[in-house]
Design a protein around this ligand. Structure first.
Ligand code: FES
Length: 194
C-alpha cells in the first residue's frame, strides 16, 4: 500500500508540473494585490490572470486558475467565471501566435472575408484550430475597434490593418522567422502592470 502511494505520487508529479510564478513575477503579483484593501483582492484578478497566461504557458489550465485563486484568496469558481467570460483568456493550449481576424461588417466587406479565406488556405486550418507546428492559431472575432482601416486582424497584442493577402504572407513569413530565433527573456508584458 505504502509503495502504491509512492508510485501514484510519483506519476502525479510527473504529469502535473507544479504551477508557480517565478520569484520576480510573484513580487509583481503581490504588489498588485496589495493595491486593494482587504477583502477586495479580487480586483487584481484580471491583471494577475494576464500575467499567469503570459508566464505559465500561454493558456489558463485549471491548475493555473486554482493557483491564482489561492494567491488572491478567493474561490476557484470566481476565477473560472472570469477566465471563461473574457475572450482574451485561453483555456486551451494556443499557438505561439493567435491570429484574430475581424469578421464584423465593415471589415468583412472591405476584404476581411478574403483575408480569412487566405489564412485558412495558407495555414491549412479552420478558425478555432492550431497549425501542427504549434505556431499559429486562427480565430474569427467581432469588431476590433479599428473599422476605418479594415480589414483588420490582431496577432497576439499587435494590430495589422488594411490587410491584403500579400501583407498577410509577408507577416506570416516574418513571424515564422522570428519564432525560430533565440530571444532574451521578455518581461515587458509583466512590467506593463507595475
Ligand atoms: S469592423 Fe473590423 S475592426 Fe470594426
Amino acid at each position: 500500500m505504502g509503495q502504491n502511494n509512492h508510485i501514484h505520487h510519483h506519476l502525479f508529479e510527473k504529469q502535473n508540473k507544479p504551477v508557480k510564478f517565478s520569484g520576480s513575477t510573484l513580487e509583481v503579483v503581490h504588489q498588485l494585490i496589495k493595491r486593494y484593501p482587504e477583502g477586495q483582492q479580487k480586483s487584481a484578478l484580471l491583471p494577475v490572470l494576464h500575467i499567469a497566461q503570459e508566464e505559465l504557458g500561454g493558456y489558463l489550465s485549471v491548475d493555473i486558475m486554482d493557483y491564482v485563486a489561492s494567491l488572491l484568496n478567493i474561490q476557484p469558481i470566481e476565477v473560472y467565471e472570469v477566465a471563461t467570460f473574457y475572450s482574451m483568456f485561453y483555456l486551451d493550449k494556443m499557438g505561439t501566435y493567435v491570429i484574430e481576424v475581424c469578421r464584423t461588417g465593415p471589415c468583412a466587406i472591405s476584404g476581411g472575408e478574403q483575408i480569412l479565406a487566405h489564412l485558412q488556405d495558407v495555414l491549412e486550418i479552420k478558425p478555432g484550430e492550431t497549425t501542427h507546428d504549434g505556431l499559429f492559431t486562427l480565430k474569427e472575432v467581432e469588431c476590433l475597434g479599428s473599422c476605418g482601416t479594415g480589414p483588420v486582424m490582431q496577432v497576439n497584442t499587435e494590430y495589422y490593418e488594411k490587410l491584403t493577402p500579400g501583407k498577410v504572407d509577408k507577416l506570416l513569413e516574418d513571424l515564422r522567422e522570428y519564432a525560430n530565433q533565440p530571444k532574451p527573456g521578455d518581461s515587458t508584458w509583466v512590467e506593463k502592470f507595475c
